[in-house]
Ligand binder design. Structure first.
Ligand code: SAM
Length: 251
């Protein structure tokens, strides 16, 4: 079912919640970034945030993802936006990266650190940051206490490691960073460039596959699960959100 999953996700403007104004807001919090920073964008996907970063800095960006079609789309967009000179794409697995110590002034990761785990990502990536370098990531987090059981069951299946903002803030300190700022992404960051286009793609896929002929296919299950995910956010967006955490390496 991987094929249908990627078929859908490659057609989306971005592959997870996010929006350009949140990328800009997080970037503006980096008060002492050098004028030509060396940036690593981990799990960049098709790279809308990479392009935004390229417009905001005079630095260079290594955009890393393990799915080549996303990187191809990023390159295409970078050429169109006239920022391809400052972006280098790298196809690699974030679980087994090997960079020189202190190579980057800034590590960025929107909607992707969950693939390695929030605490492990913070701890593992720190050595590649300059002393005083910055890390800016988004992570889905509880934003209200006592979520309903239906929602708890959903997250238990999807991402049991989800935790509250306060716990993530403690992890930031315990892994050797200073918190610079954190903020919850606005709800339109879920809808405009992610769930609305995703809902359209699900509808088109439902028309393409003949589910009457094969009602219980894996394809049907995938589409239903994606619909459930969107429905959860419709019903319970006051309980969870993506949070931008902007921190500085205190080493
Ligand atoms: C939710 S998407 C976010 C993409 C993009 N940052 C955005 O906000 O639109 C997560 C990204 O992480 C990438 N990814 C997942 N596992 C990975 C891994 N082990 N190594 C590198 N990239 C990975 C996926 O291909 C996908 O592009």
């Amino acid at each position: 079912m991987e094929t249908l999953f990627f078929d859908i996700f490659e057609r989306l403007p971005r592959q997870g919640p996010g929006d350009p104004s949140s990328t800009r807001r997080a970037f503006q919090a980096l008060a002492s970034l050098p004028p030509n920073p060396h940036i690593l964008d981990i799990g960049c996907g098709a790279g809308l945030q990479t392009l935004e970063l390229a417009k905001l800095t005079n630095g260079t960006i290594t955009a890393l993802d393990n799915h080549p079609p996303f990187l191809n789309k990023l390159l295409e967009r970078a050429v169109q936006a006239g920022v391809s000179e400052s972006i280098t794409c790298m196809c690699d697995d974030m679980l087994s990266l090997d960079f020189e110590d202190e190579l980057f002034d800034l590590i960025w990761s929107e909607g992707a650190i969950y693939n390695i785990g929030f605490a492990k990502g913070l701890a593992d990536w720190k050595k590649w940051l300059q002393p005083g370098g910055y890390l800016a990531v988004t992570e889905v987090s509880w934003i209200k206490e006592n979520p309903p059981q239906e929602l708890l069951n959903f997250w238990q299946r999807e991402y049991p490691a989800i935790t509250g903002i306060e716990t993530n803030l403690k992890t930031i300190t315990s892994t050797g960073y200073k918190l610079i700022e954190h903020f919850i992404l606005p709800e339109y960051a879920w809808w405009d460039q992610f769930y609305n286009p995703l809902a359209q793609q699900i509808q088109q896929a439902r028309q393409k596959y003949d589910f009457n002929a094969e009602p219980n296919t894996e394809a049907g299950e995938l589409l239903t699960n994606l619909e459930i995910e969107i429905d959860m956010y419709h019903k319970f967006s006051n309980y969870y959100g993506y949070v931008f955490f902007i921190m500085q390496n205190t080493a």
